[in-house]
Design a protein around this ligand. Structure first.
Ligand code: NAD
Length: 485
């Protein structure tokens, strides 16, 4: 089919589109049809090295010398230009990832939000002054760390890249990113727009390629100063070990198995809407998606039947046709989800709705999975413990609030949690005791807005993205002591 906008998969080094030195390429597949729509270079260690050396040069000779307010103005201009290219970016993201076009538009709006938010902070990265008495002045400055390396996954390319790029650039760092082999086109277009908006050459380099090759080369590079990794737990562990050899500090933003806890006095209308929509957003491929429902047994039947009704009514279709839910990103991802569903059935949890690849006419070649609801999911089973990263939700009943708390905290992850009810004492008890980086009460933000700090407890990672907190990742403290007597 003809694409409405140009799809250019080439990498960005020194502000120019380039191929890999090897000229090897990776096919870019439309997950709605299984067809190849473009290619992107298979970057390798020499490409990563070229990008890092260029970034280092841009840091020392260019970006470090730009005044904070001037950096702010460039970032504001990037936000403006992203807005001007809103439809093109959403089109590319929807085609590449498979997500419904309107969700892709929301992702573009978040991208604008990130650049605006951190543009506003660029000249407010304050230090402190420490009183030591007459004769001595002591103060701290927060300096940029230098070359910020960022490894980005495929599920929200625009949001997750701008979540790291904007604070890093605002604080005075340069960025070299390795984007995901499964979806990178919208980030490459974002980089192009950033250059059109006045970003100096080399300040944002983007390398494409496979994780084990280009991603690994970036993690082990001696000339990066910090590494932000967003992706799965096993890869995060691998990246952290590799970075340790160079004493490179890392931020890990990993997976989740986030719960929604429903007390019997909760607003059931509201919570069932939320639960069904959160797990089908981006076909369940959201790190902060709620994939476990922990419900008071007295309202379990009502909650299950109403969520099932909603999940069963979800219309599947090609992302660009704006369905309720699109395909998952790749055949590999689809097969992993189907295997997890099989394991759920083996554990004797009951499939209430869905449970298989979609057989809908016209979708045969795409990677479509029916929204799937399990009832009476077993504590400790695979589907209860492991991140499935697809439209699969499991329900577990509780009889006592302490049992609910134990279930909520009963996985290795701790990204987001949500509690629904109106007993103030119980709600506060849960917000205190839940092990998660974000807790929502009578709502669910799937990561929340740009201003809310976001990150993991336990094996969901460490460090915080978003909000003012993210600037901590991208700055380091220098203490200056002056004797004037
Ligand atoms: P992934 O770990 O397979 O890949 C993430 C990135 O790492 C990709 O760019 C990949 O190419 C790269 N990579 C793979 N192997 C590598 C290696 N050996 N060395 C260096 N880089 C390597 O994850 P994914 O499947 O792309 O993304 C899904 C995962 O990301 C889920 O677990 C999800 O929860 C998590 N995620 C977390 C957040 C968050 O903010 N906490 C946000 C989005 C996604």
């Amino acid at each position: 089919m003809n694409n409405k906008f140009k799809l250019d998969g080439r990498m960005f080094i020194n502000g120019e589109r380039v191929q890999a030195f090897s000229n090897e390429e990776i096919d870019v597949i439309d997950p709605s049809t299984g067809e190849k729509v473009a290619t992107t270079p298979a970057g390798d260690a020499p490409d990563v090295d070229a990008a890092v050396q260029n970034s280092l040069h841009a840091y020392k000779n260019e970006w470090r010398k730009v005044k904070p307010l001037d950096r702010a103005n460039i970032l504001f201009n990037i936000a403006k230009k992203v807005d001007e290219n809103r439809e093109e970016l959403a089109y590319i993201e929807s085609l590449d990832v498979g997500k419904p076009y309107r969700q892709a538009l929301q992702d573009v709006d978040s991208t604008i939000g990130y650049f605006q938010f951190y543009a506003g902070l660029a000249d407010k990265v304050f230090g402190t002054s420490i009183p030591l008495g007459v004769g001595t002045v002591d103060y701290t400055v927060r300096e940029p760390i230098g070359v910020s390396a960022q490894i980005v996954p495929w599920n929200y390319p625009l949001q997750l890249s701008s979540r790291g790029f904007a604070p890093a650039l605002a604080a005075g760092n340069v960025v070299v990113a390795k984007v995901a082999e499964d979806a990178s086109l919208s980030i490459l277009r974002l980089a192009e727009i950033a250059y059109e908006a006045g970003l100096p050459k080399g300040v944002l380099n983007i390398v494409t390629g496979y994780g084990a090759v280009a991603g690994n080369a970036l993690s082990e590079h001696p000339d990066i100063h910090h590494l932000t990794f967003t992706g799965s737990l096993p890869t995060g562990v691998q990246v952290m070990k590799t970075a340790a050899n160079q004493v490179t500090p890392v931020n890990l933003e990993l997976g989740g198995k986030s719960p929604i806890i429903i007390f019997d006095d909760a607003d059931i209308d509201s919570v069932v809407n939320t639960a069904a929509s959160v797990i089908t957003q981006n076909a369940g491929q959201t790190c902060s998606a709620a994939s476990r429902i922990i419900v008071d047994r007295r309202v379990q039947d009502e909650v299950v039947s109403r969520i099932a009704e909603k999940m069963g009514a979800v219309q599947l279709g090609r992302g660009l046709d704006n369905p309720d839910m699109g395909p998952v990103v790749s055949e590999r991802q689809m097969n992993g989800i189907l295997k997890a569903i099989e394991k759920g059935e083996e554990s004797k949890a009951q499939v209430v709705v869905g449970g298989k690849r979609s057989e809908q006419a016209g979708l045969e070649n795409g990677y479509f999975i029916e929204p799937t609801l399990f009832n009476n999911m077993k504590a400790g089973s695979f589907i209860e413990q492991e991140e499935i990263f697809g439209p699969v939700l499991g329900v577990m009943p509780f009889d006592d609030p302490e049992e609910a708390l134990e279930m909520a905290n009963g996985t290795k992850y701790g990204l987001v949690a949500s509690v629904w009810g109106n007993n103030l004492k119980l709600i506060h008890h849960f917000t205190n005791e839940i092990e998660a980086g974000q807790v929502f009460v009578n709502g669910y933000g799937a990561g929340g807005g740009v201003a809310l700090p976001f990150g993991g407890y336990k094996k969901s990672g460490f460090g915080r993205e978003k909000g003012v907190e993210a600037l901590q990742n991208y700055t380091t403290v220098k203490n200056i002591w002056i004797n004037y007597l």
